[in-house]
Write a protein that binds this ligand. Structure first.
Ligand SMILES: Cc1cc2nc3c(=O)[nH]c(=O)nc-3n(C[C@H](O)[C@H](O)[C@H](O)COP(=O)(O)OP(=O)(O)OC[C@H]3O[C@@H](n4cnc5c(N)ncnc54)[C@H](O)[C@@H]3O)c2cc1C
Length: 339
């Protein structure tokens, strides 16, 4: 088995590297900031939501998201406790307008609407002002920081702290480019940063059991409760590449969060972070050989779903590197669609 260089030690690069290592490859991962200072994974909430995220995307992406979702139990089985939680997601709508908008989404996802009091039976911390909701049992969560830590442990001694400026400087029989939103600069492919502001609150565990995905007066927010009392509150979506949190962004997230779950007012605001989703023109990932010499493989552009898609990306890209032939599911995601 050959030597493989992986450029980017985010959740995608590390998942691929760990899978290649498992199959006997001699893998080296390059990343200038493996602690996450520049990785979307470090900010991401970790919702594993193939339905909620894909609702109106194109069918190839829906199929990939669903296939990715199915691999999670097997993927985490080898990683130890990484906060994988299958309690499910409660979608909430505060006002009549929020209900009207959410109802379309619930119908699309074939979810049964719940009244406000049914929602509060499931989650007593939810505001009495919330009018309606729906329960998505198949939308789970994981803690991306713990996944990355577990993957890095598997790859001990194989992660080199280095920014790759030019792919021709990287040694290896195969080079996998998984540099998140920086992939554009390395490959010429149209991968752009889409800014997201995220908050982390901290309090007594138990205020929330489920992931909450809600709308409050037109403001969208999700709340992802971890077992240790952390609650991730996300996220803005802005077509910008800067790293500044803003007063308006933080205000909108907090306001929607407190409108839906008033008890959060007593929580500590422990982190305000900014990350960049790797977006593409069709918001689907780019997976496959960069060009005809078939040395460089691209695995990037996972936009809002890179945590969900990490296990399936690892499997498909490892197959490609090892066998040289692509699974047909990859046809719709080839880099060539942007040339
Ligand atoms: C606010 C927010 C919330 C999100 N929530 C979710 C969610 O709930 N569920 C979900 O599935 N997805 C979510 N995502 C999306 C997910 O985080 C990304 O799709 C995923 O992290 C992409 O993984 P990646 O490894 O390609 O990129 P990243 O995680 O960004 O990692 C890229 C890595 O490449 C390294 N790198 C960059 N340039 C170079 C270079 N020149 N040389 C070497 N290394 C380099 C970086 O240092 C970084 O470590 C969210 C994203 C954001 C921003």
């Amino acid at each position: 088995m050959s030597r493989v260089a992986v450029v980017g030690g985010g959740i995608i690069g590390l998942s691929i590297a760990a899978e290649l290592l498992r199959r006997g490859a001699d893998v080296t991962v390059y990343d200038p900031a493996p602690d996450g200072a520049d990785g979307a994974w470090h900010v991401a909430a970790g919702m594993l939501a193939p339905g909620g995220e894909s609702a109106f995307e194109y069918p190839h992406l829906t199929r990939l998201l669903e296939a990715g979702h199915e691999l999670w139990p097997e993927f985490v089985a080898g990683l130890g406790d990484v906060g994988y939680d299958r309690a499910g997601t409660l979608s909430l709508a505060l006002t009549a307008d929020d209900v009207a908008e959410a109802a379309r989404e619930w119908k699309h996802q074939k979810l049964t609407p719940l009244t406000g009091s049914q929602v509060r039976d499931l989650e007593p911390g939810i505001s009495p002002r919330v009018r309606a909701g729906a329960f998505a049992a198949e939308e789970h969560q994981v803690d991306p920081r713990r996944v990355v830590a577990a993957l890095r442990e598997r790859l001990t001694g194989r992660v080199v702290t280095r920014r790759v400026a030019d792919l021709s400087d990287v040694e290896g029989d195969a080079v996998v480019v998984a540099a998140g939103h920086h992939t554009g600069g390395l490959t010429g492919l149209p991968v752009r940063p889409v800014k997201g502001q995220v908050l982390r609150l901290r309090g007594e565990p138990g205020l929330l059991r489920h992931v909450i995905d809600g709308a409050a007066d037109g403001r969208h927010v999700y709340l992802v409760p971890r077992a240790d009392g952390e609650i991730v509150v996300g996220a803005t979506q802005e077509e910008r590449g800067d790293r500044q949190p803003t007063a308006g962004g933080v205000h909108d997230l907090l306001r929607a969060a407190l409108d839906l779950v008033p008890g959060l007012a007593d929580h500590e605001l422990s982190e305000v972070t900014v990350g960049h989703r790797p977006g593409t023109p069709d918001n689907a990932p780019i997976l496959g050989f960069l060009d005809d010499d078939r040395r460089v493989v691209v695995a990037a552009g996972h936009f809002r779903n890179g945590i969900l898609l990490a296990p399936i990306t690892a499997r498909l890209i490892a197959d490609l590197v090892v066998t040289g032939s692509a699974d047909p599911i990859l046809d719709a995601f080839a880099p060539g669609r942007f040339r």
